[in-house]
Each structure stands twice: as C-alpha cells, then as structure tokens.
Design a protein around this ligand. Sequence first.
Ligand SMILES: Nc1ccn([C@@H]2O[C@H](COP(=O)(O)OP(=O)(O)OP(=O)(O)O)[C@@H](O)[C@H]2O)c(=O)n1
Ligand SMILES: C[C@](O)(CO)[C@H](O)COP(=O)(O)O
Length: 264
Amino acid sequence: MSARPDRGDSAASGRPARTAAVIPAAGRGVRLGPGAPKALRPLNGTPMLVHAVRAMAGSRSVSLVVVVAPPDGADEVRRLLDAYPLSGSLTDTTEVVVVPGGETRQESVRKGLAAVPETVTTVLVHDAARPLVPVDTVDAVVAAVRDGAPAVVPALPLSDTVKQVEPRIGERAGEPEPVVGTPERALLRAVQTPQGFDRATLVAAHEKVALEGEGATDDAGMVERLGVEVVVVPGHEEAFKVTRPLDLVLAEAVLARRRANDGF
Ligand SMILES: Nc1ccn([C@@H]2O[C@H](COP(=O)(O)OP(=O)(O)OP(=O)(O)O)[C@@H](O)[C@H]2O)c(=O)n1
Ligand SMILES: C[C@](O)(CO)[C@H](O)COP(=O)(O)O
C-alpha cells in the first residue's frame, strides 16, 4: 500500500481537494465480550478493521487512510494490514498509515487527525466498528462536504420511541429509572459514520474540547460546540455499529447476502 496520485476533484481555488479517512480502531470492545480488541476480530474470516479500511478505500475520493490502532498494538495492526489486500483492484494504491491511539475515542481521533497532512481538505472519521458501510454512503458524505458543508453526518430515523430517564447510580443502581421525558421521535436521527468535515473545522473542534476537557460521543458533536452547522445526509442500515454479540451475527449475515448477490 503506497502513495498514489490524488483522487480529488479540483477545488474552486485550482488546488486539488484531497480526502483522508481517519479510522479509530483502538477500542477494546468491552460490550462485545472477552477476546481480541474489537477491530481485530474476524468477520467472515477477515478482521473487522480490514473491512472498514476497504470500505473507505473503495470510495474514489479517498486517497489516504489513517488507522488508529490500540496504543500498544500499532506494529501488529501494520502487519495485519500488510497481510490483506486493500481490494480486488490491482490499481488501488490508497496510502494507509497506522498510528497508536489513546484512552478514549476522542483522543484516538485527535491522534489520527495529527497524522493528516495539511494538503488534505476533507476528513472523514469512520469507526472501525462500522465495517460494512456501503461506498455510496461514503461518497454522499464526501460530496456534501465538497459542496460546502463544514460538517456532515449520515443518519437514519429511529424505529424505537426514545425516553429520557433519571439514571439511578451509586447505591440506587439497579432500581427502576424514572422517565422524565419523551422527545418527539420525528425530530430524532440515529447518527452513523463516516462523518465528514472540512479539515480546519474538525481540527478546531478537537482543539476546543481538548482545552475544555469535555467529552463528546461523536466528532460532529464537537463541531456543534463551535457553533458551526452540522448537516445530515441519509445513512444506511448496513452502516450499523458492531457493539454487542448479536451485531456480529447480523454482520456475518449481511456479508453472506452480499456474497450471494454480488459474488463479493
Ligand atoms: N480509546 C478508544 C475507544 C474507541 N475507539 C474506537 O472508536 C470506535 C467506536 O467505539 P466503540 O464502538 O465504543 O468501540 P469500543 O470502545 O471498542 O467498544 P466498547 O465501548 O464496548 O469497549 C471503534 O472503532 C473503536 O475502536 C478508539 O479508537 N479508541
Ligand atoms: C461516533 C458514533 O458511532 C456515532 O453514532 C458513536 O457515537 C460512537 O459511540 P461509542 O460509544 O464510542 O461506540
């Protein structure tokens, strides 16, 4: 996997618009249960992370993928990525670099972002835990950023009704939690990745939260704190996050269906 000519369109400035994807893959996968770090666990015999890298490299826009590995696992991840072809295409020369991650997703993304060169104008942040995102979803996010949106998230409407509760913690943990509200479901969206950003906006958002010491569960949430608008494009059911054991069953089923349909 090596550097290749830019795949970006020419920006209005005449300078090439390059897109990089940062893949945070440094989590343990506690909710998935005991085993190897989540991103390294196999799906249909291939590590989840490899599926995620292929999903990003499959977009014609993406010329660089930065994989954020477990803090003590960068060498192992590098070897693993070397062992798997990026795609079936011999011409695909997407550059893939690996950096060590941090204690939180936010810290891991910040470290990945530090490895993105300033020539890159559009940055995607994509969970390794969403290995099956279709390329059309990736392309829709990139297109919206290139069309001028500083921050773009793919998202789906919810099927469940959502309740706000008063969590029971400490001595009261385990007691039934009182419901304090029911947000109007039609106004809610379940947000996925890749989330796409104008590079400077994402860097500023991460600098702000690092300074303020506050956490955020996604990158767009940090951009919102800058007062910058975030917009939504349609997500995809297959971009679900592998979080709990049943998600592995679903992921294997999706891969089996793809194989049957496309010879994937
Ligand atoms: N310190 C961390 C924590 C998470 N992630 C990454 O962020 C993505 C979304 O996180 P999540 O699904 O919560 O993964 P885990 O943190 O591994 O899961 P869990 O919370 O169950 O341990 C994953 O690709 C995960 O590898 C990361 O790069 N660095
Ligand atoms: C970024 C994310 O996938 C958007 O839905 C999500 O917030 C990650 O949460 P996690 O608890 O780190 O899996």
